[in-house]
Design a protein around this ligand. Structure first.
Ligand code: MTE
Ligand code: MO
Length: 369
């Protein structure tokens, strides 16, 4: 590590037994807000309620001067202004995005980083240009196997100064399933600053870190990208020194829109006895959700909810609902999702050093009166 940066950029670490969330984690948590869980009622997350995760700063951007480069192993390198990007045939897709660190704060020991509970998720209607169209225009040269996407934001992380960059195999970048695309609109409006204005990558079904914001360069390589966000961060590891497995697809998860009304501090819910309609959303980056179960006794017994089919919106969350006969007393509501490839959401968190891909079931304490 550069000696001048070692004083400001700490290595990854685990919280000590019983160590509270620090001011540093709180600073990250206030910058990077989650979806208020009641916003699960909207199929498309309204502007401002979609979760936000920014590693460094939101960069200063002049959309009129913006250029998207397509270079590396291509026949004709491109430098496109926004009008040229918008001139390609467009596509629109409703896509659920979730941060790979969702669930991290409940792990024990806790990986010290952005302390998400369960709310690092949102669904937007993104409009843009399929990557395959941009790459066809540039002409992919022989030998190209991978693509690296570079954002305009710059920072230092665990001592490594960098532009935010992520790679994808060419087959994923240009495949139809899912179709990766460069978006310039979110919910029918130009991208807001925090979501990547003026351009971002969208890779449906993949955890958030793949969806590079403030996208300024697309570079074709003849080998996999091995930069920090690919090879150091975003790996499933049990120990600090193993290479680990890459974090990639979104694991299945169901979330409940908390019923009744909340207590200000604890967020515990209050409902009246009798039938309560439970609703929520469920998604999986592997395959459509086929089944959601709910429990009012913290996962000891389960009942099936009714789940909406994906209805052509394969990459968006699916609504579900169930009627719960609430009886006086305290209950712990949970839900779990199953997908068409047989992935079942676990009740307990599965631990890894970065706190990634944790889809342990949500717990919603409810007091019924
Ligand atoms: N350039 C850039 N792109 C980025 C990030 C970033 O810090 N810089 N964060 C990534 C991560 S970790 C997530 S979870 C998503 C969050 O997207 P959102 O803020 O639009 O919800 O953006 C990804 N794209
Ligand atoms: Mo993330």
């Amino acid at each position: 590590m550069d000696a001048s940066l070692s004083s400001v950029s700490a290595p990854a670490r685990l919280a000590a037994d019983g160590e509270a969330v620090s001011h540093e984690e709180l600073a990250l948590a206030t910058r990077n807000h989650g979806l208020p869980l009641e916003a699960l009622r909207y199929d498309v997350t309204p502007p401002g309620l979609h979760y936000v995760l920014v590693h460094y700063d939101i960069p200063a951007v002049d959309p009129d001067a913006w250029r998207l480069g397509v270079d590396g192993l291509v026949r004709d390198a491109l430098s496109l202004d926004l009008a040229s990007v918008r001139a390609f045939p467009s596509m629109t897709a409703r896509v659920t995005m979730e941060c790979a660190g969702n669930g991290r704060a409940r792990l024990e020991p806790r990986p010290v980083s952005q302390p998400w509970l369960v709310e690092a998720v949102g669904t937007a209607e993104w409009t843009g240009v399929p990557l395959s169209a941009l790459l066809a225009e540039a002409g992919v040269a022989a030998g190209a196997s991978d693509v690296v996407f570079t954002g305009a934001d710059h920072g230092v992380e665990r001592g490594v100064e960098q532009d935010y960059q992520r790679g994808l195999p060419l087959a994923v970048a240009t495949g139809d399933d899912p179709p990766a695309f460069v978006a310039y609109e979110m919910n029918g409006q130009p991208l807001p600053p925090q979501h990547g204005c003026p351009l971002r990558l969208v890779v449906p079904g993949r955890y958030g870190m793949a969806h590079v914001k403030w996208l300024r360069e697309i570079t074709l390589l003849d080998r996999p990208f091995t930069g920090f966000q690919q090879s150091v961060a975003y790996r499933y590891r049990q120990t600090a020194d193993e290479p680990g497995e890459p974090v990639d697809r979104i694991n299945p998860r169901a979330l409940l829109a908390p019923p009744g009304f909340p207590d200000f501090m604890s967020r515990a819910r209050v409902v009246d006895a009798g039938p309560v309609i439970l609703t929520g959303r469920a998604w999986s980056g592997f395959a459509p959700v086929t089944r959601v179960e709910v429990s009012d006794d913290d996962g000891r017994s389960w009942t099936d909810a009714e789940v909406d089919p994906p209805d052509g919106r394969r990459w968006a969350w699916q609504a579900w609902r169930a009627t719960w006969e609430a009886t006086p007393g305290d209950h712990m509501l949970t839900a779990r999702a199953h997908d068409a490839e047989g992935h079942v959401q676990p009740i307990a968190q599965s631990w890894n050093r970065g706190g990634f891909g944790n889809n342990g079931a949500q717990q919603v304490p409810v007091h019924c009166r």
